[in-house]
Design a protein around this ligand. Structure first.
Ligand code: OAD
Length: 250
């Protein structure tokens, strides 16, 4: 792939990079996305599975769905896109990944500074006492898992429709977006807010903002550039460019 002179300049100089990732980065690992033709939201209804009313109406159904998604995630591995981001962290002084994904694949690839905007599917918390359960017992057929402390219903620690993002996590993501000189938005359809506002926050603070996606999105026209391609191919190439420029300057 041939990259623009502006992006090459940014990669060469960047001391602070912020990356927003979405389901597209995990697609190459085999985790289904949400809004592509065969994505999760074409087969399941968010209003039946991803909001608190649906959960209270039918916790077993919601738990079965999350248990099935957890099984998929346990069977897959980080791909070269995740791995390239984990390596970039070692080359860039201030490097932040803010992810909308709940699959934990960035951490498994070795990224240490990951802001999980929408939670993590491996964790649960009690809707009564708020206690966290790192690895709750899988729901037995017909039952939802219960809090070991108070016996209340456990729910997955993921952000559902109509819920606020974890405040401190989002604040950190906004700060990283304001600090960075280069912002990469990778594998997200850019339709879910407030995550989708982060590139614009970065731009307002003077960052060069770049989208990496297999197709154009609703926000493409507002990015400085869109690189059309797979995250698992583009990110390793950007890593090589970063390494090359850092070696030259050492
Ligand atoms: P989407 O499913 O909406 O979008 C995935 C994006 O990834 C699409 O724009 C694809 O074109 C792109 N894509 C697919 N494969 C790719 C690849 N190999 N390389 C690069 N891009 C690729 O997923 P998100 O934008 O992450 O929220 O969805 C945002 C939120 O909506 C999710 O976090 C979830 C969902 O409702 C909650 O559950 C709160």
């Amino acid at each position: 792939m041939i990259y623009s002179a502006e992006l090459l300049r940014c990669l060469e100089r960047a001391e602070s990079i912020c990356v927003l990732t979405g389901a597209g980065i995990s697609a190459e690992s085999g985790v289904p996305t949400f809004r592509t033709n065969d994505g999760l939201w074409s087969r399941f209804k968010p209003e039946e599975l991803a909001n608190i009313d649906a959960f209270l109406r039918n916790p077993v159904l919601v738990w079965e769905w999350y248990a099935a998604r957890r099984t998929v995630i346990h069977e897959v591995f980080p791909n070269p896109g995740h791995e390239a981001l984990a390596s970039m962290e070692r080359w860039i002084r201030d490097f932040t990944v803010a992810t909308q994904n709940v699959d934990g694949l960035h951490a498994r690839a070795g990224s240490r500074k990951v802001l999980e905007l929408h939670g993590n599917i491996e964790r649960s918390y009690c809707i009564d006492c708020g206690s966290f359960a790192e690895d709750p017992d899988p729901p037995s057929p017909g039952n939802a898992p219960l809090c070991k402390r108070c016996g209340g219903l456990l729910r997955p620690d993921v952000v559902w429709f109509g819920e606020q993002l974890p405040e401190e996590v989002f604040q950190k993501a906004e700060q990283a977006a304001r600090r960075c000189s280069l912002f990469l938005s990778v594998g997200t359809s850019s339709v879910v807010y407030p995550a989708a506002s982060l590139p614009m926050t970065a731009r307002e603070s003077g960052a060069y903002i770049v989208e990496i996606n297999t197709e154009r999105t609703e926000l493409s026209s507002r990015f400085d550039e869109t690189i059309l391609g797979r995250a698992g191919s583009i990110l390793p190439e950007l890593l090589q460019l970063i390494k090359h420029s850092r070696k030259i300057h050492q």
